[in-house]
Each structure stands twice: as C-alpha cells, then as structure tokens.
Design a protein around this ligand. Structure first.
Ligand code: DON
Length: 309
C-alpha cells in the first residue's frame, strides 16, 4: 500500500469538490438542510500518530445511517448472532433505504438486512438497557471507546428535527411490531433511533473508528479488543454488500472498500488490516450517497490500490 501524502490528498479533495455542485443536501430531515453543500473533508488513519487530512476537518456532522454499523456491532455483542439474525436478514436489497415494500412481500416478514432503515430499527430495539437513556449511553460509550474521544455525544436539534418528521420510520416500526420483529413502544424506539442517528463527530473520529473495525476490532493505542473478531467480520461484510444502499454493487466495483454512508453526507471506510477513512460532504447523489465523497474515495482507492477485491 502506498503512503499517503497530504499534498496528494488536498489535490484529490479539490478535484472531487467540483462534483458537489451536482449534488443536493438532504432536507427530509429539516435540520440537515442547513448544511453547506460545497463542503468536502477527509481524514485517513493508519493506526499511528495522527490522521492525515484535507478539507475542513473541524466540521462535525451527524452519523445518520453510519450509526447502523455501530448499533449492529453492539447488538451482536449484546445478543449474539443467532438472536439478531432470527429477526433481521443478511441479504442486500435493490430498494431505497427507507422502503417498506419488501417487509410486506418477504415471508416470514423480516427486514432484509441491518443497513436499511427497517433492519436498523429492529436492531436498535435489541440493544440491552433498562431505559432509552441507558441504551443510548451504552452506545455512546462504545463509540467513545472506538474513537478514543470521550466527548462524543448526539446533536439534540438534529434528533428532534428527525423525531418530528419520522413518520415513514414509524410506519416501518408499526409494521414490524405487528409481525413480532419489534417489541418496544414505537415512540420510544423512534426516540432512541433518532438520537443515535444524530450522534456527532468529525472526520478524524470517523477515520479512527473505521480503522478499529478494519483492524478486526482491536484498538492499536490501548491494545484492547473493542469488538470481537467475528463481529467485526460480520459488520465489514454488511458494509461491502449493503453499506452504500442500492449503489453497493457499483461501489464495490469502483472503490472496493467496506464502507457505510449516511444522508448527512458522511462516509465511513474500513480497509481490512489497512486504514480507516472518514469523509464528510453533504451534497448527495440521487441514491443518498455523498457525491463528492464517492469520487474522493474512488480517487483514494485507485491511487493507493485499496480495493479488497
Ligand atoms: O432514518 C433515516 O432516514 C435517517 N436517520 C438515516 C438515513 C440514512 O442516512 C440513510 N440510510 N440508510
């Protein structure tokens, strides 16, 4: 693998940034609509010293669907794979991330995978804790460990903005409750889900977290196994097959890195035994992936031969 030069990274950001004009910031969650579409930032972490980065690295953003990777890891640690996969499938979907249609047509009715909204809501329902606050605190502590940043928390304005407008996600929950996939009170589940989607960090934090997942769950700084090896493998596999929504196939061919995106414009990349990558670019393409972020990952992967295939 080539070494990363900051100058190269700055050039790649400048190049990819041109595409941001063609994208659109998500506004179905009103608070996300306020982001500056021309922003593009990246951090790469290889386990030593600091990340190298380019773009406005201090900008924080909410994880949105990137949190699905972390809730899945924690639910698998809490409940074990048998329990989780009795309720959520392992197969990719060509449908949009918030689609309800497969829930009705699959027999038995269970979400296709944990990276779409239905699957993530079911996984959120599995987290262990006596109250919503307990569950959120456990998840936050897990993420603080993975990033090495004790100050990680959620953005209450973005969480509330999604909570007030999450009727499609409520519909998915009611459907799944009818079919015994979800057990909690739906409002409480949406409360927890919108808060974990609103967990905030910058690209450095995201790159560090991506490194630990790529490194089979082991943090090189503390030498601690934060995620068991088997679970880190499951998570990375879902990132490859379902991480970029219904663009995951094309992404695997063009980039070939386990990755997960969110509608805030974040992308998490985890190169096995390699580097962690954190990207933020809120202008999205029509499938909900960061348009500049995708191009940037393509350039980085090509330059450093990062594809796992
Ligand atoms: O549930 C939602 O719609 C958002 N909180 C997250 C969506 C997102 O990032 C794309 N999902 N796979």
């Amino acid at each position: 693998m080539n070494c990363y030069q900051k100058e190269d990274l700055i050039k790649m950001v400048e190049d990819a940034k041109q595409l941001t004009q063609k994208g659109k910031v998500a506004d179905y969650i009103p608070a996300l609509g306020e982001a500056d579409p021309s922003t593009l930032a990246v951090a790469i972490y290889s386990g030593e010293r600091e990340c190298i980065y380019a773009g406005n690295i201090d900008e924080v953003f909410t994880l949105q669907s990137i949190s699905k990777v972390l809730t899945l890891a924690l639910a698998l640690m809490d409940r074990g794979a048998d329990y989780v996969f009795q309720r959520v499938g392992m197969e990719p979907t060509g449908d949009p991330f918030n689609s309800i249609s497969k829930l009705e047509s699959s027999v038995p009715s269970k979400p296709l995978n944990p990276m779409i909204n239905a699957g993530a809501l079911a996984v959120t329902d599995m987290l262990v804790g006596n109250t919503i606050e307990d569950k959120l605190e456990r998840l936050l502590n897990f993420i603080r460990q993975l990033t090495g940043n004790d100050r990680i928390t959620y953005n209450p304005v973005v969480a509330q903005s999604e909570f007030e407008t999450a009727d499609l996600n409520r519909s998915l929950c009611y459907f799944m409750r009818q079919h015994g996939i979800v057990e909690s009170n739906v409002e409480q589940l949406i409360n927890l889900y919108t808060k974990h989607c609103a967990i905030e960090m910058n690209c450095n934090d995201l790159a560090k977290l991506g490194f630990v997942i790529g490194n089979e769950g082991r943090d090189p700084n503390s030498d601690q196994n934060i995620i068991p090896l088997e679970i880190a493998r499951i998570v990375k596999t879902f990132m490859v097959t379902c991480g970029m929504y219904n663009a995951s196939g094309e992404f695997a061919i063009k980039v070939g890195i386990p990755a997960k995106s969110g509608v805030s414009g974040g992308i998490l990349g985890s190169v096995p035994h390699g580097v962690g990558i954190g990207i933020y670019g809120p202008a999205l393409d029509d499938k909900g992936n960061s348009i500049g972020g995708l191009r940037l990952l393509e350039l980085i992967a090509k330059q450093s031969n990062l594809s796992i295939f």
